[in-house]
Design a protein around this ligand. Sequence first.
Ligand code: SAM
Length: 288
Amino acid sequence: MAEIGSETKLGAGLYVVATPIGNLGDMTDRARDMLKRADLIACEDTRVTAKLLTANLIKKPLVPYHEHNGAAMRPKLLAKIAAGEAVALVSDAGTPLISDPGFKLVAEAQDAGHHVTAAPGPCAAIMALSLAGLPTDRFLFMGFPPNKSGARQSWFTAEEKTHASLVFYESARRLPECLQDAAQTLGDRNAAICRELTKKFEEVRRGTLADLAAHYAEAGAPKGEVVVVIGPPPHKDEAGGGTDMDTEHLLEAALKHMSVKSAAAFVAEITGEKKKALYSRALEISGK
Ligand code: SAM
């Protein structure tokens, strides 16, 4: 691939390009360069991307690529790449494929043996993790929750025991009811509401789920765009309890194949629970 700043056209391939999530200053040099040197740009909404191109003094043919026309557009875009063209893929904002279209196009381009690369950049979920002040060693990105309360509660319950911070997008309008459901199903964990990131009214509101649910129940839905980050469940040791059923089964299964010490270390790795407590329980199970 030619160097950044070169005026030459890009080689044939698919270029996944991240764009700003609010502040136009977050456009990277590589992103701008790829869009300048691509043959065409596939985007969700041509009006949104046209504004971004104008702000960056770029003129390029735009073709719509979204969930409704993806199946029809993919063979056309792949044919263009096969014919030697460089196709850039952008979404309305942030990193394509992250709660945005693109994964099937990337998969098919990879399967066809085409050159596929990316210009990484802004992503609301990652920026929220940078600001939430919650553990980032393990996190689960969950996309958008279901709109209806019952389905949303099941959606949270399914991750109740996941030892990771949970990160998801939510419409500001539904935030108050979503937080009620989260507090009800996940218990009182620490969380952060990260709003209008990189924009004038950027705000990070931190607290327990109960505090945050009470705040938005009182204040009403906020304006703008929102990412929710919820911290992991407390370790069983911190909560003062023993091990739960899933852990028990895991320990039993592990003990069939390895020593007490290895089984405890293995299950600690999977569940995030304390190795010492698991070791004691593993000793009991194995009757040692
Ligand atoms: N692909 C994008 C990314 O990399 O962040 C996300 C696209 S998703 C369709 C749009 C959602 O991302 C919004 O509803 C909101 O939850 C979140 N989001 C996007 N920009 C944001 C911002 N500036 N501040 C907070 N949340 C944002």
